[in-house]
Design a protein around this ligand. Structure first.
Ligand SMILES: [Zn+2]
Length: 315
C-alpha cells in the first residue's frame, strides 16, 4: 500500500528525511527503500498485527553469527518517536558500512561479521496508526474503539483490541492482574494487560521470534519518555546487567533505574529477564509528553546512537 513518505528527491538522500509521523504504511515504505538500497540489510516480517499489518524486522550482520541482539520500538502507539530513532539508526549504520567509516571508532564491518543486530522498529503498527491517523467509521473495530477511547485517540498506547502490549508478557503477569483489579483498569487506551500472557498477535510474534533466535544475547526496548534506563525486573538482575547498564548510562547521560509500581510487570524486559536470565533494558527516550513531535527525533537519536552501536559489543 502507498504511504505518505515524501517526494522522489527525498527518497534519494543518503540519510532519509525522517521528520514524518511514522504510520505503518510510512514505516513499510521507508523500510523497503532501505532494503532495496543496501544489499547487506535484510527486511523480513515477524508476524502481523490484529488488523493484519506486517510487523517488520530489519537485520544487519552475519546471519550465522555466534551472537545477536534485538532492538524493539513502539510497543506503545503514542511512542512512535522510538520508531524514528531505530529507522535512523539502521539508515546511518548502513551508510557508515557502505562508506567503510568507523563511527565512534567502531569497526562495523568487523562487528557485523561476528554479530547480528535485529531491529523491530514498530511492534504495534495498529496502535501507531490509531494514534497518528485516528479511526474512521469504516474501521472494523470502530464502535469498540470509540467506546474504549471516548473518541479521543491523542494518547492511544494499546493495540487495536485495547491491550497494552507491554503488559501482555508472562513476567509478573498475575501480580499485575491483581494490581489491575485494584486500579480499575479495563481494555482501553493504556495499561490493560489482556486476558492471558501473549494473547495478542504482536507479542506472540515477538516472543516466538525470541524463542526461535537462540543466539540472542540481549534486548533493548525503546519507550518514551523520561531519559531513564531500566535494567532489572522484580529485583532480578541478570549477570553483568548492572555493569552493562552503567556503561549505557555513561554513553547516553540517561539515569540507570530499577522499575517500580505498575511499570514493573508484564513488559518484554520483565519476561526476558525472568525466562532467559539475560540482559534486557527498557530505555525511556527523550523528555516531555507523548506523543513527542517527530521534529524531536534527531536530538533523541543523537544522545543514543553511540550506545546503540556499542551495545552488541558489551554483551
Ligand atoms: Zn511505552
Amino acid at each position: 500500500m502507498e504511504g505518505n513518505y515524501k517526494r522522489e528527491t527525498d527518497r534519494e538522500r543518503p540519510l532519509l528525511d525522517l521528520n514524518v509521523r511514522p504510520d505503518p504504511e510510512t514505516v513499510s515504505e521507508i523500510s523497503e527503500i532501505m532494503a532495496e538500497r543496501y544489499s547487506f540489510l535484510s527486511l523480513t516480517s515477524i508476524g502481523e498485527s490484529v488488523m493484519g499489518k506486517r510487523i517488520h524486522m530489519l537485520s544487519l550482520g552475519n546471519g550465522n553469527a555466534g551472537k545477536s541482539v534485538l532492538y524493539v520500538g513502539a510497543h506503545h502507539g503514542a511512542e512512535w518517536i522510538t520508531t524514528l530513532v531505530l529507522l535512523r539508526l539502521v539508515n546511518e549504520m548502513c551508510e557508515y558500512i557502505k562508506a567503510s567509516k568507523q563511527p565512534f571508532g567502531i569497526n562495523l564491518q568487523m562487528l557485523l561479521a561476528t554479530r547480528c543486530i535485529h531491529i523491530v522498529p514498530q511492534l504495534n503498527p495498529d496502535g501507531c496508526d490509531i494514534q497518528i491517523n485516528g479511526v474512521r467509521d469504516e474501521h472494523i473495530l470502530y464502535e469498540r474503539l470509540q467506546r474504549m477511547s471516548g473518541g479521543d485517540y491523542s494518547r492511544w498506547q494499546a493495540n487495536a483490541r485495547g491491550v497494552d502490549l507491554n503488559h501482555n508478557y508472562n513476567g509478573g503477569f498475575l501480580e499485575y492482574k491483581r494490581l489491575e483489579g485494584e486500579n480499575g483498569i479495563f481494555p482501553g487506551p493504556t495499561r490493560y494487560s489482556g486476558e492471558y500472557p501473549l494473547s495478542e498477535p504482536e507479542t506472540a510474534a515477538l516472543a516466538g521470534f525470541i524463542r526461535y533466535e537462540n543466539r540472542l544475547q540481549g534486548i533493548i526496548t525503546l519507550h518514551s519518555a523520561g531519559e531513564e534506563i531500566y535494567y532489572s525486573s522484580g529485583g532480578i538482575v541478570p549477570d553483568r546487567s548492572r555493569s552493562i547498564g552503567e556503561k549505557m548510562a555513561q554513553l547516553t547521560g540517561y539515569r540507570l533505574s530499577a522499575p517500580e509500581g505498575l511499570s514493573a510487570y508484564g513488559g518484554l524486559t520483565d519476561w526476558y529477564i525472568r525466562e532467559f536470565s539475560r540482559p534486557s533494558f527498557t530505555i525511556e527516550c527523550g523528555t516531555g509528553e507523548n506523543p513527542i513531535p517527530e521534529t524531536a527525533y534527531f536530538p533523541i537519536y543523537a544522545r543514543l546512537r553511540e550506545m546503540l552501536m556499542t551495545f552488541p559489543m558489551l554483551l
